[in-house]
Design a protein. Structure first.
Length: 171
């Protein structure tokens, strides 16, 4: 977690971290270090393969990630999931179910993220990489990229949870 030096409201000096906040010495506003809400989407095809995108930007440039991103201030994680998938793949999705909430850190020394993970199906469109995604590829759950090529801890955990659920369904 990165501490802040200056108040975002008045530019005054922020005090030490107490609990999860720093208070401005000048105006008294608090800077809260909440996790930033994000959505991540496990898009599955009829064959049970998952769609991964190779990141075109830092952090984790060149590594494989689930489509998704940061929620806008007025957005639910579900709406964020639909918007991000449209931006990154050009596809419309239907969310099937909520899988889990995963806490992570965005990049080295970055802010905490609260990742709402959903499973979804494509309704319209052919996946075409755009925005901060360089390449899109369907992966069989038994032949995912090696973990060191997955972008974030929450990517690895979401895919592991999916593999566990798929194994349960087969057994
Ligand atoms: Zn202030």
């Amino acid at each position: 977690m990165r501490l802040r030096h200056y108040c975002g409201f008045c530019g005054g000096p922020l005090g030490a971290l107490t609990g999860s906040k720093q208070v401005c010495a000048a105006c008294g506003e608090a800077c809260y270090h909440n996790a930033k809400p994000c959505a991540a989407v496990i898009i599955l095809d009829r064959a049970g393969r998952v769609l991964l995108g190779r990141r075109a930007i830092e952090p984790a440039l060149g590594l494989w990630d689930l489509p998704g991103g940061f929620c806008h201030p007025d957005e639910t994680p579900e709406a964020c999931a639909v918007r991000e998938v449209m931006e990154e793949t050009g596809c419309t999705i239907r969310i099937e179910r909520f899988l889990d909430h995963l806490i992570d850190v965005y990049g080295s020394g970055g802010d905490h993220t609260l990742n709402a993970v959903f499973t979804a199906r494509i309704i319209t469109g052919e996946p075409t990489p755009a925005d901060d995604v360089a390449e899109l590829r369907w992966y069989d759950l038994t032949a995912l990229p090696p973990v060191e090529q997955l972008a974030f801890a929450n990517t690895r955990r979401a895919l592991a949870a999916l593999q566990t659920a798929a194994g349960r369904n087969q057994g």
